[in-house]
Design a protein around this ligand. Structure first.
Ligand SMILES: [Zn+2]
Length: 83
């Protein structure tokens, strides 16, 4: 498991949305799951979409937009590599 700490990279856009690559999946544009989205609804009734891109995982939640990682991505990723 990669343990990425916050980078000092300047933000390119409003949100911090650099896709997160995790070990176990070879992310590339030909991967059959690229573009696939997994929805998560939290206890507040808010739904977030975790998306697989050719560059790695992205998520709409606060954790990902502010820290570049979140539990949703971890959950989906572990599900993927378990298969
Ligand atoms: Zn998330």
């Amino acid at each position: 498991m990669t343990d990425r700490t916050k980078t000092s990279r300047p933000q390119k856009s409003k949100w911090y949305r650099k896709p997160l690559k995790l070990d176990g999946i070879n992310f590339n544009k030909n991967h059959f799951l690229v573009g696939f989205q997994w929805p998560y609804t939290n206890c507040m009734g808010t739904t977030y979409l975790t998306t697989m891109t050719a560059e790695g995982w992205t998520c709409e939640c606060m954790g990902f937009t502010s820290h570049g990682r979140c539990k949703h991505i971890k959950q989906v990723h572990e599900k993927m590599i378990a298969e």
